[in-house]
Design a protein around this ligand. Structure first.
Ligand SMILES: *Cc1c(COP(=O)(O)O)cnc(C)c1O
Length: 663
């Protein structure tokens, strides 16, 4: 019997839970709350393993080397970094986690190769588009050296980075993306430097250019072809494969390309077959089908006379953002080991049955390598929400207000649904009356407050029971807004662009019961600038369980698993720039070292990025204030204060500064 890849994956598939966008009521009266309960509530046991946990003091703890020892208190770390003048919002990158993820990827493939006795090796590459930051890539190349880990470039600029950074002659440099003559010639000539770029033909028309460049330079690159699979991917990136896919050669194109290469005398350089069926493949069944198809393409190419030797399964290895192990968008129904097993076993089966030597297996796993190592810490500035106080009774209140007052007095656990419908009706009546001029502003305000009071009373009676569907809007109505010092467009753009969900939790006070349900609003003036979808084990919830603020103590949140794609996709909406970032490395004798600091953008940086000139901006304001002084509209001290604010703002971060936040 041949090896089977699917043995242990099926057990992992749990039933998909239905979506329940409104969470259970909060636990206002929970006594004896413990850190363990927070861990369960926020799913940390599931998605945080093995790097994140909660201490008994209710702080998030980080184990950057997983089980190999060493632990940091995230709250103390943030305090230490603040003391070094690195203000929030702050990206903390744990270089050890990045290394550990790389190690786990290689261990999984090594294990699968040994288990199935696969006659070939695994040699991965990191897709640069997933994280282009220099320090990160240098780190990947440095620690990846022990496995000859390489890089994948998807554009000319990324190719330049890869050529400069990748100094291991045995590492692969996979060249994808659109290629012009300069791209092709650069890749070909880099062979003379001892690099080994593998140029992947992704479009039918690329082959002629490649043949021409090779002829011109008298030297050919190692080559690959990307196949367009018929297997349709799933989820957000499902269209990366199938007939409508942007890249890849269809079966007829593939045959034509092989012929062109043969005629050009270059078939001997065709070494790699490539596929990429999209990112975050949540269902392993889809991957398995794709692997079967690519395996057949591979043996057929060998039969056509190409030397081959490498099979590149692309990206797609997913991250279990919510820890639910389900085939839902924020999760995966397989583990890293399942993935490696399936790649190894499927390709082995295919090659064995056709008597073809087994290729070196390549993957371009970006998300799975880079998601875990970075944590965004941001602070909450203030909260907003409904006023729960009952307005005092006054003589001569209009009927609409009296109705709400009577309703409030008669809510019992038996009439909650009826009370809710009445409350909504009376409030709507009050709003109509105001619009038509029959209710004063004072009475409208009273009606609204009484409506909120009714909601709170109903919610209080609901307690921990499951909420009937028609009462669910109460939770939304009562949710608090936490105003947070960050921009989702900068720091978590996928939450806005593609509804991605990342785990977001308070990083301290986790030994206290959370008291309130809330959402986050960011600093931008955009109504889209909010976080209102949170992980909920295979589903999502629209509110997060939070603590009341205790000024002047800060309330710090962590956004986790956002290390892939977010930074470069982030934009300057409302001119919020890059946040500060610190690279942390554990010391072998305990403690940590701040390995590298990347300062966030100053206001001057972001203005300059959009062609403004900070100097002339200041000068114009200075000239205008001189005119105002001359006209007697501005005193000299006030003019100085104004110009000082402008000059300091230009030098400082675009985010709110702790000392100037509130008067
Ligand atoms: C984006 C991309 C990847 C990375 O995919 P992940 O799902 O992040 O691993 C790999 N290869 C190609 C060709 C890509 O376009």
């Amino acid at each position: 019997m041949g090896p089977r890849a699917d043995g242990d994956t099926l057990e992992l598939v749990k039933n998909l839970e239905p979506m329940h966008p409104t969470p259970r009521q909060p636990f206002i009266h929970q006594a004896n709350w413990s850190a363990a309960q927070s861990s369960q509530l926020y799913g940390l046991d599931a998605w945080g393993q093995p790097y994140f946990s909660i201490s008994e003091q209710g702080h998030v703890m980080v184990r950057p080397r997983a089980k190999r020892g060493g632990c940091l208190d995230l709250v103390s770390l943030v305090q230490d970094l603040q003391a070094r003048n690195l203000s929030l919002p702050l990206l903390i990158r744990f270089d050890d986690i990045l290394e550990d993820r790389l190690a786990k990827l290689h261990e999984a493939f090594a294990h699968a190769i040994a288990q199935y006795n696969y006659q070939g090796r695994y040699q991965g590459v990191f897709p640069i588009k997933c994280h282009q930051q220099r320090h990160v890539l240098e780190h990947v190349v440095r620690v990846g050296r022990r496995w000859n880990f390489g890089l994948e470039a998807g554009s000319k600029a990324e190719l330049l980075i890869a050529l400069a950074l990748l100094d291991d002659p045995d590492a692969l440099l996979v060249c994808n993306g659109y290629k012009d003559t300069r791209y092709l010639e650069t890749a070909i000539l880099a062979r003379r430097l001892g690099r080994c770029p593998l140029v992947v033909i992704e479009q039918a028309n690329e082959v002629d250019g490649l043949v021409a460049c090779s002829r011109q330079l008298g030297m050919a690159p190692l080559m690959g072809v990307r196949a367009k699979l018929s297997v349709q991917g799933i989820g957000r990136w499902g269209s990366s494969s199938g007939d409508g896919a942007k890249f890849g050669l269809s079966a007829p194109d593939l045959l034509a390309t092989v012929n062109t290469l043969r005629e050009g005398g270059l078939l001997g350089e065709l070494r790699l077959l490539h596929m990429h069926i999209g990112s975050q493949i949540s269902d392993i069944a889809v991957l398995k089908e794709a692997l079967q198809e690519i395996g057949q393409f591979y043996v057929q190419l060998v039969a056509l006379g190409a030397p081959m030797g490498y099979l590149d399964v692309g990206g797609g290895l997913g991250v279990d953002y919510d820890g639910s192990c389900t085939a839902t968008a924020a999760s995966t129904n397989y583990s890293l080991q399942n993935y490696a097993n399936d790649v190894v076993a499927t390709i082995q089966e295919c090659c064995q049955s056709h008597g073809v030597p087994m290729p070196t297996l390549v993957s371009e796993s970006g998300r799975a390598v880079a998601s875990h190592f970075s944590v965004l810490v941001f602070d909450v500035l203030s909260t907003g929400g409904v006023d729960r106080a009952v307005p005092p009774l006054q003589e001569g209140e209009p009927l609409l207000v009296r109705n709400l007052r009577e309703l409030l007095a008669t809510i019992t656990p038996e009439n909650l649904q009826e009370a809710w419908h009445d409350a909504v009706k009376f409030k709507d009546d009050a709003l109509s009356a105001f619009r038509l001029g029959y209710l004063s502003l004072v009475d409208r305000a009273k009606a609204e407050k009484l409506y909120w009071a009714c909601c709170c009373t109903i919610a209080g009676h609901l307690g921990h029971q499951p909420i009937p569907a028609d009462l669910q809007p109460i939770t939304t109505a009562l949710a608090a807004t936490y105003y947070a010092n960050f921009s989702i467009f900068r720091s978590a753009p996928d939450t806005w662009a593609i509804n991605q969900i990342f785990p977001v939790i308070p990083i301290h006070r986790l030994h206290e019961p959370p008291q309130i349900l809330g959402i986050f609003a960011d600093l931008t003036c955009d109504s889209d600038g909010k976080l209102n979808r949170f992980i909920d084990s295979g589903a999502h919830k629209s509110h997060l369980e939070l603590h009341h603020l205790q000024p002047p103590n800060p309330y710090w949140m962590g956004l986790f698993l956002g290390g892939a794609y977010q930074e470069v996709m982030g934009n300057l909406h409302n001119l919020f720039g890059r946040t500060n970032a610190a690279h942390i490395r554990l010391e072998s004798q305990g403690g940590y070292r701040v390995e590298q600091v990347a300062r966030g953008n100053t206001t001057s940086d972001v203005l300059t990025a959009l062609d403004h000139d900070p100097q002339s901006l200041v000068e114009r304001l200075r000239r205008d204030s001189e005119a105002a002084i001359a006209a007697g509209n501005l005193t000299i001290p006030d003019a100085r204060r104004l110009i000082t604010h402008v000059e300091e703002s230009l030098r400082q971060s675009t985010y709110l500064q702790p000392d100037l936040r509130s008067p």
